[in-house]
Design a protein around this ligand. Structure first.
Ligand code: GLA
Length: 378
């Protein structure tokens, strides 16, 4: 049944509109968005739908097809950071950060796998923000929506994420990755055509979620801040590899490793853009491999499942592979020749079984369109 009909059955009225916003993969540029660096994500073809109706009072009624309970009810005057059941906070946070003054009814339905490191939370926030912006004619730009949804996640949900996931969910374009400069939020579309070149980008969801996820992420951010303080900079974006090497002996060795990752990863993003422009997928693959090594050994945000997915992909013919997102679980990507996909996937499956890991899941990463209106009826 369509979300439109589900909404009617649940709320006994039609939604004003239905929006959709996608999850993402990040080709390269990991753990650099909060260091004002460069990232190269693209939107995937799985989306989160938001059907929305404006009310004439202050009530907020929320429901999700992925959650058992029927309808969660609260009101605009009750909105306060870090309140409400977990799944509602992403929605309430957006209503809060956009400063909405009218009650709403919202039904959510999501195709983005949860906990797979594919930004299901950004997809949820962005679909709600996009729907509110349209229904209330707020006139906010997509970049403004990205900033406000990030604020919702940072302050209302309480997760200290950067701005990459929300931005790509809103700005994604079919057939392109987005080269986003996280210092000034300017961006360029970069053509990505795996299919035309006989390739596929395989997403390997390890199904692993390690307890370190939240604490580990915040700790890495704090370590980057320490290096920024040590060098007296505004952000690690302003640190050069030679400057870092010069002061290596004076810097704590863990902090040095963290900074080394950030500085080299930003260079790899530039190199990946040039490789894509020349259709040099061999080089792109090598850059993915280098990125993974750096995330594993310098930044230390990988885990045994991610390392296994990457190593086995590399050994069974992938041009390159790496973990994506925050780390400590979630997904890896592998750049694979079309004809080798089955071989790579079954090798990874076998190794996971031998290691006693949960069975991995596989998806195709197809550069897709960002947030959009699906249906508008008044
Ligand atoms: C998570 C965060 C992003 C980014 C990545 C790591 O996905 O939400 O802002 O920091 O981790 O690159």
């Amino acid at each position: 049944m369509s979300i439109f009909q589900d909404f009617q059955n649940l709320f006994n009225a039609s939604p004003n509109l239905v929006s959709a916003a996608p999850g993402r993969v990040n080709l390269i540029g990991e753990h650099v968005d909060y260091n004002q660096g460069l990232v190269l994500p693209f939107a995937i073809d799985s989306v989160t739908y938001c059907a929305l109706r404006l009310r004439d009072d202050e009530k907020i009624l929320l429901s999700s097809k992925q959650v058992e309970s029927k309808i969660y009810e609260t009101s605009l005057s009750n909105l306060a950071p870090k309140t409400g059941p977990d799944w509602t906070r992403y929605i309430l946070g957006v209503i809060w950060s956009l400063g909405i003054k009218r009650g709403v009814e919202i039904l959510i339905d999501s195709e983005v796998p949860q906990g797979a490191g594919l930004s299901s939370s950004a997809a949820l926030e962005c679909s709600v923000a996009f729907a509110l912006n349209e229904a209330l004619s707020l006139g906010l730009t997509r970049i403004e929506l990205a900033q406000l949804t990030q604020r919702a996640e940072n302050e209302f949900v309480g997760v200290p994420c950067g701005i990459m996931d929300q931005t790509i969910s809103l700005l994604g374009k079919i057939g392109h990755a987005l080269l986003l400069d996280c210092r000034d939020l300017t961006s360029k579309l970069i053509t990505v055509d795996f299919e035309e070149n006989g390739l596929r980008l395989l997403i390997i969801d390890t199904q692993a979620h390690h307890a370190l996820v939240d604490g580990g992420y915040a700790k890495r951010r704090a370590q980057c801040e320490e290096v920024v303080g040590f060098f007296g900079l505004i952000s690690l974006r302003d640190l050069s590899a030679s400057e870092l090497e010069k002061k290596k002996m004076l810097l704590d060795s863990t902090l040095y490793s963290r900074a080394l990752h950030v500085v080299t990863e930003i260079d790899r993003v530039n190199a990946a853009v040039s490789a894509l422009k020349r259709n040099d997928f061999k080089l792109l693959g090598e850059l993915l491999n280098q990125s993974h090594d750096s995330l594993r050994f310098q930044y230390q945000v990988s885990c045994p499942e991610l390392d296994c997915a990457v190593e086995i992909s590399q050994k069974s013919g992938a041009l390159g592979a790496r973990m994506i997102g925050g780390g400590f679980g979630g997904s890896a990507i592998a750049l694979v020749k079309d004809g080798d996909v089955g071989m790579v996937a079954s090798a990874v499956e076998r190794s996971f079984a031998e290691a006693g890991f949960k069975s991995p899941r596989f998806f195709d990463a197809i550069p897709s369109e960002g947030a959009r209106l699906i249906d508008r009826r008044y």
